[in-house]
Design a protein around this ligand. Structure first.
Ligand code: NAP
Length: 326
């Protein structure tokens, strides 16, 4: 495993870390305690020292599983959690200092800790980016020691850029072979301000493993069945917003032209080619996927020709239909 500095946090984090949305329920049946423990153990054993979670992943169960798992562990694991999505309706007006304090307290309780390493606003409505009171409250919580760092998980590039007006340490953003836009401007600006970047949905919800076909079926409680059109939440979170069949075709072409039988690993290594990225946070449906994903940190760099192939496939299949959305 290789490690990079996570922006202003100063944390040295594993280049390949772990997303734990799968320890929640939007991918079908809830994970059992055993599944959760095995997943976290596989990551920890492989040198992963950064877990990404959220208060709403299975109503706090992901945070609780992480908190329990980390009790008594010798090596420090940094945990980044997210707040805000418990609001119902999820509107900018709900992001009051009192609600933020309450959500942070609930995360502390779920994980059984006195202070949160990093807390992100969870893809808040655009109005939140123009309400300094929200960000000042996060500063106050930092001064009080309840949180050590804060930042935001964003949907859009312009939101990520606007968030740089505040004292953020980190931004979580979708970045993968089907989502190239963050590298154009945002990465440069984030680097200047020493803001750490967490690359989420790195495998486009699994499409970039290259294992799906036109006939693959997903469970009815899996967001890859019910959120392809964005009817439950932002459609960019499901297959990176790419039409499923187009994505299968593009992934097949990437496999063939890059000459890889392990596209997942190549897709993660491709992300690590960008030095603005601090860590990539693939999710895993089974512990066995983690070992393959962490190997990406030690895989050889992509060649210039391979980088150009990714750009070419993106321009051919993905750019026009979706790039303008985010
Ligand atoms: N709004 C937000 O802030 C937000 C939104 C989305 C995600 N996230 C975070 O980002 C993390 C990563 O995103 P994600 O989990 O949505 O998508 P992802 O990492 O792009 O894809 C995860 C899926 O890829 C497949 N996969 C993983 N490793 C594989 C391997 N080695 N070989 C073959 N298939 C593999 C698995 O699919 P199968 O189930 O088919 O095996 C897994 O469920 C999440 O876990 C979460 O922590 C945050």
């Amino acid at each position: 495993m290789q490690y990079r500095t996570l922006g202003k946090t100063g944390f040295k984090v594993s280049e390949v870390s772990l997303g734990t949305w799968q320890l929640g329920s939007k991918w079908g049946d809830p994970f059992s305690d055993t599944d959760a423990r095995e997943t976290l153990e596989a990551a920890y054993d492989a040198g992963v020292n950064f877990f990404d979670t959220a208060d709403i992943y299975q109503d706090g169960a992901s945070e609780k599983a992480i908190g329990q798992f980390l009790k008594g562990k010798e090596d420090k694991v940094h945990v980044s959690t997210k707040i805000g999505r418990k609001l119902d309706p999820h509107v900018a007006e709900g992001y009051t200092p009192a609600n933020i304090d309450k959500f942070v307290d609930e995360c502390l309780t779920n994980m059984g800790v006195d202070s949160l390493d990093n807390v992100l606003l969870h893809c808040p409505p655009t109005g939140v980016y123009y309400n300094p009171e929200v960000w000042f409250e996060l500063d106050r919580l930092k001064q009080a020691g309840k949180i050590q760092n804060y930042g935001v998980s964003v949907e859009k590039i312009e939101e990520a850029i606007k968030a740089l007006d505040y004292n953020i340490s980190t931004v979580e953003i979708i970045f993968n072979m089907f989502r190239l836009k963050p590298a154009d401007l945002f990465f440069k600006l984030a680097k200047v301000q020493n803001v750490g970047i967490l690359a989420r949905v790195p495998l486009a919800s699994g499409l970039l493993s290259g294992k799906y076909t036109a006939n693959t079926e997903f469970g009815k409680n899996d967001h890859r069945s019910y959120n392809r059109d964005g009817s439950a939440f932002d459609k960019g979170e499901t297959f990176s917003g790419v039409d499923y069949l187009t994505g299968v075709k593009a992934a097949d072409e990437l496999k063939a032209r890059l000459g890889t039988d392990n596209l997942a690993q190549t897709a993660l290594r491709w992300i690590l080619m960008f030095d603005a990225v601090s860590t990539v946070i693939p999710g895993a449906s089974k512990a066995s996927q983690i070992a393959r994903n962490v190997d990406a940190a030690d895989a050889p760099a992509l060649t210039e020709a391979q980088m150009a192939i990714v750009q070419d496939v993106y321009s051919k299949y993905i750019k026009n239909p979706v790039e303008y959305l985010w």
